[in-house]
Design a protein around this ligand. Sequence first.
Ligand code: GUN
Ligand code: FE
Length: 455
Amino acid sequence: NSDRANAAMKLVFRGMFLHSTRQTALEVLEDALLGVDTDGKIAFIGKSQELEKLSQTFGFNPSDVIQLTQHEFFMPGMVDTHIHASQYSYAGTALDMPLLQWLNTYTFPVESRFKDLEFAHRVYTQVVKRTLRNGTTTACYFATIHTDASLLLGQIANDFGQRALVGKVCMDRKNSVNYCETTSESKDETCRFITELLNRKYPLVKPVVTPRFVPSCTKDLLRQLGTIAKKTNLHIQSHISENVEEVKLVKEQFPDFKSYADIYHKHNLLTDKTVMAHGCYLSDEELSLFRETGASLSHCPNSNISLCSGVLNVRNVLEHKVKLGLGTDVAGGYSASMLDAIRRTLDVSKFLTIQNPEHSTLTFEEVFRLATLGGSEALSLDVKTGNFEVGKDFDALRVNLSVPGGPIDLIQNTEPKIQLEKFLNLGDDRNIVEVFVAGRKPHSLSSGVLEKPRR
Ligand code: GUN
Ligand code: FE
């Protein structure tokens, strides 16, 4: 603790903290004290009886301590490991077709509109504000093929104060609506996107190399994107094995490869900074390849069900020791709330148990870990987040179960574990009374409704 004692203290809270560690899916710290330094990092976490000693070591005034109420607790901010910011405008609609038709009918025409920066500004502002309100402190975003609009998404996330990975989408195979690039455009614009975003030195936002998925990319493009990712040591995101037709198409396009995962692997696109969405149809051998390369999976249950794509057996993925986080996959998934992703994850796991009573159902504590620490680890961010360990950035939600007009009626039991269970199953954004990213309140929330982000 004491090596952080020199940093000035910005915030000290006293109350209940709920988080996960690698060893324990739910650790309860009742009546704890947590200090955040001026860099937004957790300086200490201790018992409230240590107030005297901690205030001396870390140089804060005990009267400045912020006391949570009886029905409040802190939990880590949630990590959305897969969301298409550009699809937010039609979230909640257009869920009547399987993936490949859905892309051509609804998705590609809408994404084409992001050439228009004014449209992009409207949609991207809405999605960043909405996800922050819903408690998403980190989002891993797909934008569109348009470099300038993708840069704008990075700016908006940073200005509002959300931690984000942002990808300019790459796709060089023709489709029916002519939403695509040439191979060299895709490569050159990816380089321009990366350079410009890094040059802006946003503290919270980093670029991610983003081949849309194998069916949208030629071998040549996959190779060039793999080379870029390797040279720059950047993050990579894409989709894999989401839907049966897609898997079949990939086999036809790349007959010489052992598997879908092998195609990404042979193009240097499976690394310990890769996150792949879905993976419903991955073989155990492919999961082993994920394990060996350190690549992770984003589980998007709302999307998997809404587009009738498939069912991911999360237990099997975890048994293969593959890193896994949760994703909303807006707009294939209709909800931009990670609480929804938690609930769908539990539903799908229970459905697997209905089908096979031997299946070991995920617990709500395990799914809580996937939505927080699991997501943070799946994204392999340089800045560590995901729980309340000393030295990590303070990305956190202050939850109040008993807000006036809120969705939860607390009739009796206030046991910590049960409070969390109530919130995960019944809560919504009304219960998220404060959001912190790197120790600061996101700009869209700190002063009520704010239309213009800070510059
Ligand atoms: N596969 C390729 N592109 C997409 C997309 O936009 N959404 C989903 N769910 N799957 C994809
Ligand atoms: Fe997706």
